[in-house]
Write a protein that binds this ligand. Structure first.
Ligand code: GLU
Length: 287
């Protein structure tokens, strides 16, 4: 099966060094495997979208020599598709509406891998009208394991480590956890390369793929770029801009961060960089 990878930025600001690292890793890995590579705008949480930033990110990617093989899709345009999937999950009895507040959850929850484990309060509440309520997916005690290409084997028991998790938020937006799985499947993505902050989300995504009868991509989670205080770099971090006007230095810093072999010093432009990078990328160098 042909390699299909993707880069899926959220348009909440300009491309920053942290997301450039993920973009470089996923593109280099796709080029190295003669694969297809797509860009998807993850603007499912429309409240966080910053106007103009999708164009800004695409412009920067272009200036840095990235080439995507198919038109960019926007999650904000996929609402009907997500609604169909949510309706199917509900018909199967796999989801339920939840009216618990954060405070109610915190009062009864054990602490899990990413905050409180939802204690199942609404599991049997039979809320008829889900409008304005979150929708949660039922989890179980089966251990979910996968082999990450960089981080090695990673396992979770969702009912213990996460609890029934939100697939549609109370404000009506589809949760990232569901949108990403539906889009990866619809776009036939079979290799995911992304930032290590999403390692803990992956068992939830594999679980959804199982419930929905979708194939499982392979996963590679690249280390996160951090600032001097050890915090994950974010779009709000103005100290590490990525400049469309000076593409090579940004690419070379990301490449170096990913512990790749140093390229020849006479590379002149992004095109030459990518030609060399396609042959010399080695995911095994990362850790
Ligand atoms: N949209 C996510 C982000 O910008 C990435 C999601 C993914 O690669 O699965 O952090």
């Amino acid at each position: 099966m042909r390699y299909r990878g993707r880069f899926a930025p959220s348009p909440t600001g300009s491309l920053h060094f942290g997301s450039l690292v993920a973009a470089v890793a996923s593109y280099a890995d796709a080029l190295h495997h003669q694969g297809n590579w797509l860009v998807r705008m993850e603007d499912v949480d429309e409240g966080r979208t910053v106007k103009g930033s999708a164009d800004d990110i695409l412009h920067t990617l272009e200036a840095l020599g990235f080439e995507w093989d198919e038109p960019v899709i926007f999650q904000s345009q996929q609402k009907a598709r997500y609604a169909d999937v949510l309706a199917w999950l509900a018909e199967q009895g796999l989801t339920y509406a939840c009216s618990c507040s954060r405070r109610e959850i915190a009062a009864h929850a054990t602490s899990g891998i990413e905050g409180p484990v939802y204690p199942g309060t609404c599991r049997h509440a039979r809320i008829e009208d889900p409008t304005g309520k979150a929708i949660r997916l039922r989890t179980d005690a089966e251990e979910i394991c996968f082999e990450d290409r960089i981080q090695g084997r990673h396992c979770q028991i969702l009912s213990r480590d996460v609890g029934d998790f939100v697939v549609r938020r109370a404000d009506g937006y589809t949760a990232y956890q569901l949108a990403v799985v539906v889009d990866d499947a619809d776009q036939h993505i079979n290799r995911v390369v992304r930032g290590a902050d999403l390692l803990v989300s992956t068992p939830r995504q594999i679980y959804e793929q199982k419930r929905l009868g979708l194939p499982h991509p392979t996963y590679a989670h690249v280390p996160l770029a951090r600032d001097e205080q050890g915090r994950k770099l974010s779009k709000q971090d103005r100290a590490h801009p990525v400049s469309a006007a000076a593409p090579l230095p940004g690419l070379l810093s990301a490449w170096h961060f990913l512990r790749q072999a140093p390229p020849p010093s006479d590379l002149d432009n992004p095109r030459e960089f990518w030609k060399w990078a396609a042959n010399n990328w080695s995911i095994a160098n990362i850790i």
